[in-house]
Design a protein around this ligand. Sequence first.
Ligand SMILES: [Zn+2]
Length: 356
Amino acid sequence: MKRIAIEEHCLTDYFLEYLEGRKEYPKLESVVDEEGQRRWRWWDSAGEFTYWLPEFVVNRYSEIGDSRLQYMDEAGVDIQVLSFNYNIDRLNAADALALTRKVNEKMAEAIKKYPDRFVGFTAVAPKDPKASADELERTVKQLGFKGTMILPHVNGEFIDNKKYWPIFERAAKLDVPVYIHPMFPPPERLQPYLEYPDLSGAMWGFGAEAGLAVMRLICSGIFDEYPNLTIILGHLGEAIPFWMWRLDNSMIKAVAHVPKGRRESKDPADIPLVNKLKRLPSEYFRDNFYVTTSGMMWQPALLCSELAIGADRILFAADYPFESSKEMVDFIESSAISEHDKEKVFHLNAERLLKL
Ligand SMILES: [Zn+2]
């Protein structure tokens, strides 16, 4: 069975060297520990947050070529959809944009060399939304890229802010999806995590940031403005499939809590959300979203997503290089979903969505 993995990251060797060479934040440094193992320390900005990655992960992250292909072969992955998930907006807009262009060129080289193995999601720098939209269009039209990946917030500002809508507008116009990838909370939302730093990442903070960004996007009315806008979410939907009934129910019930006379108010602050949006949250989620299996190898979560949005909306992803692609393949192969649904998850849905 063909397998297309859709949340597979690359940093490129160029970008690694660039970060390592920086004296100021954000930067990257490597340290050899007591066991002789090299570890990479990622500094997002001064005095804030750092995280560590072992050398083998960083090597996999930065390379797009023979080692990656060998890893894919061993795991049974036919195609990786390459994406850039670094918090590039820590840099100034001009540098961020110049770097994402170089990353896109590196990805394009790999895709050209191995057209049957790699597909690209455009790296963008949302701090400059118009330039990001233009870069998306350039890479889709000239290099055959199939969508883009952005983070839930731009230095703390959630992406439903209208200044970022040009990126979504262009994606809708080009009929390509936008993958919203988790990110650490920004400094102003990090405080509740600091006593338990592990909570701020994959354990909780990633999903909390991404889930809130998506709910804000739904509430913003962006899907009424661009009805064919397609969003992809990792980790089987960042918990939203589990919440869908309660999202609708709470939104509907909230109207009854507004005093009579004010429900019909023209003051935007008074208008209940249910009257501002054309549809219910679950309806947008079913029609405008896909979820992927990245980093979530748990049967109850997979079955919940399948029951909530259907197998046509679930895509296979491993989250290379942070999770094992082989374990993710084995997880889907051994899951309780039907053989035909496995075909959908492994490749049919991706082929339809990305027009492969
Ligand atoms: Zn990821």
